[in-house]
Design a protein around this ligand. Structure first.
Ligand code: 5GP
Length: 208
C-alpha cells in the first residue's frame, strides 16, 4: 500500500469566504484535489457543469443514492447535495489530499464513515464582517442576507463537531494556516503505521 492522502472537510457560514480560500489553497499547493459535488439545485449564472457541480435531476440523484455512488448526501434548502465516491477514493489512493466543501450534516456523516477525516470550520472574524461580505457580493437581497445571518446562528452551534476552527481574516495567512494543519495531520502517529514499522525493522536489523 502506498501513502494515502488526507481527506479534509471544510464547512463555514455562507459568506465566510470558503470558496476563495479553497481556490487559493489549490492554486498555491499542488497536493490538493477538490471534490466536485452532485446537486439537484439549478445552476446559478456563471456556473458550469462539472466545474462547480454535477447538476442532476432528482431521479438521477436518487439513482446515485441507490447505486451507492455517494460517500454522503444531504438535503439542504430543498435540494440534494452529495459527494461522488469514485473520485475521492481514486485521488486518496494516489496520495493526494482531497478537499470536500460541504455543510455540517455531510461533514458529520463523512467523519462517521471515515474517522480519520479532518474537519475544519472557517469563520469570518466577526458577525459584522460576515454581513459586510454578504452585502458586498451585491447578489443577495436584504432579506436573504438576514436569513443567512440567522442560519449562521444555528450553524455556529455545531462548531464543536469540527477538529479545527480557523478565522479567515487575511486570505493568504489563512491559506497557509490550513495547509499547515494538513501537514501536521500527516505527521500524526496514527497515520504513520508503515513508516513507524519501517524504522523499527531498520533499527532491529542494524543493532544485530
Ligand atoms: P450552494 O447551493 O450555495 O452551492 O451550497 C449550499 C450548501 O451545500 C453549502 O453549505 C455547501 O457547502 C453545501 N454542499 C455542497 N456540496 C455538498 C455535498 O456534496 N454534500 C453536502 N452535504 N453539502 C454540500
Amino acid at each position: 500500500m502506498g501513502k494515502k492522502g488526507i481527506l479534509l472537510v471544510v464547512s463555514g457560514f455562507s459568506g465566510a469566504g470558503k470558496g476563495t480560500l479553497m481556490r487559493e489553497l489549490l492554486r498555491q499547493h499542488e497536493n490538493y484535489a477538490l471534490s466536485i459535488s452532485a446537486t439537484t439545485r439549478a445552476p446559478r449564472e456563471g456556473e458550469a457543469e462539472g466545474r462547480e457541480y454535477f447538476f442532476k435531476t432528482r431521479e438521477e440523484f436518487e439513482g446515485m443514492i441507490a447505486r451507492e455512488e455517494l460517500i454522503e448526501y444531504a438535503c439542504y434548502v430543498g435540494n440534494y447535495y452529495g459527494t461522488p465516491k469514485a473520485y475521492v477514493e481514486e485521488q486518496l489512493e494516489r496520495g493526494r489530499d482531497v478537499v470536500l466543501e460541504i455543510e455540517i450534516q455531510g461533514a458529520r456523516k463523512v467523519k462517521e464513515r471515515f474517522p480519520d477525516t479532518v474537519l475544519l470550520f472557517v469563520s469570518p472574524p466577526s458577525a459584522q464582517e460576515l454581513r459586510r461580505r454578504l452585502t458586498d457580493r451585491g447578489t443577495e437581497k436584504p432579506e436573504i442576507i438576514e436569513s443567512r445571518l440567522a442560519r449562521a446562528v444555528e450553524e455556529a452551534k455545531g462548531i464543536e463537531d469540527y477538529d479545527y476552527f480557523v478565522i479567515n481574516d487575511d486570505l493568504n495567512a489563512c491559506v497557509e494556516h490550513v495547509h499547515q494543519i494538513v501537514e501536521c495531520e500527516r505527521s500524526r502517529t496514527c497515520r504513520g503505521a508503515e513508516r513507524i514499522e519501517a524504522i523499527r525493522e531498520d533499527l532491529k536489523a542494524f543493532s544485530k
